[in-house]
Design a protein around this ligand. Sequence first.
Ligand SMILES: *Cc1c(COP(=O)(O)O)cnc(C)c1O
Length: 395
Amino acid sequence: MSGWCSASHSFGAVDNFERPRRPLRKVIDMPLLDRTLLGPGPSNPYPEATAALSAPLLGHLDPEFLRVLDETCARLRRAWGTENARTLPLSGTGSIGMEAAFANFARPGDVVVVGVNGLFGERMVEVAGRYGAEVVRVDHDWGTPVDTERVLAAHPEPSMVAAVHAETSTGVRSDIRELALAVHKRDERALVLADCVTSLAGIEVAIDAWDVDIAYSGTQKCLGVAPGLAPFTVSPRAWDRRVPRPPTWYLDLNLIGAYVDGSSGGRTYHHTAPVAMITSLHAALGRILDEGLEAVWERHQAAGARLHEGLAELGLSLFAAEGYRLPELTTVRVPEGVDSAKTREALLTEYGIEIGAGVGAFASSVWRIGLMGHNARPDRVELVLGALGRVLGRR
Ligand SMILES: *Cc1c(COP(=O)(O)O)cnc(C)c1O
């Protein structure tokens, strides 16, 4: 049977009718592996985020939890750089943010221009299309940033313009500030959507100052929390233009808002909030804001710069265009004659370090090294440089 949880993926007995070979409470039959997660995500969570997961569980309508939820939304506003009342964590990984954005803000037939320069831009095209948008895609070479002029030239009057801020598939940063300001200068009614999954709490994001209307992120990248939530924010302009009854019930922001926003009186149950995950995000954001957002960006910048330098010292070259390289996600060209997969396997089995393969046409010719959140530290950089140098026989 080829189920969704096929036997090859299971950690224990899956057949209820068979006596399990080992006690079920020991479902994960492996030592507590301590991996260093330096791929494109998930990253190792901040210790505060991990500790919060073991706090006693509260009910999702418990006043104490609602206080944590409200504070999480307030902390998210600070992290996003916004005063948007509609700022909240959606239940689901980063992708749910993309889905919610198109479901709630793109009507069938709406013209949505998408700047595509990697996998996640491709996905925006796919998701927008599924909600019936008339998608105009503007393709760029992978490894280069989205070009504002080309996006503007693609359509005179789009209802939405969308792009990925930090393209995790290629390690490239696009100038969302320039794009959003240019789109709104031409037509102040157009909505600008930014995917900030790999940028929030890693590099500068300033929703209000940049005039971005809709943005989503994910907890598992630079926010330093396990995968499971998608921070989301909506400008008043976008809220006024929302789809009144989106074709998805679970992601209907009107319904979710009635639970998250306690300002209008009661909280209406929609779905059970992932209490433990929100508590964990609350803790990570506390830690990030205590350190200071700018200090956090600086820490990512310093770690990325040192990694880029160290890779050059190993004789390796970078994939992303110079000047647009992300510090939190570095793409490296696999040297001639080196087996990409075997190298990653050696890093994992010999050093417990996970790095990522490339994506699409670059699957075996590029590696992706993430330094996100808690991993944006000098010791992680030296660890991966040392291990990679050894595996490649260059140290
Ligand atoms: C990881 C990622 C996503 C998807 O997030 P998931 O947590 O995998 O659902 C979307 N966009 C970008 C830029 C990402 O890096």
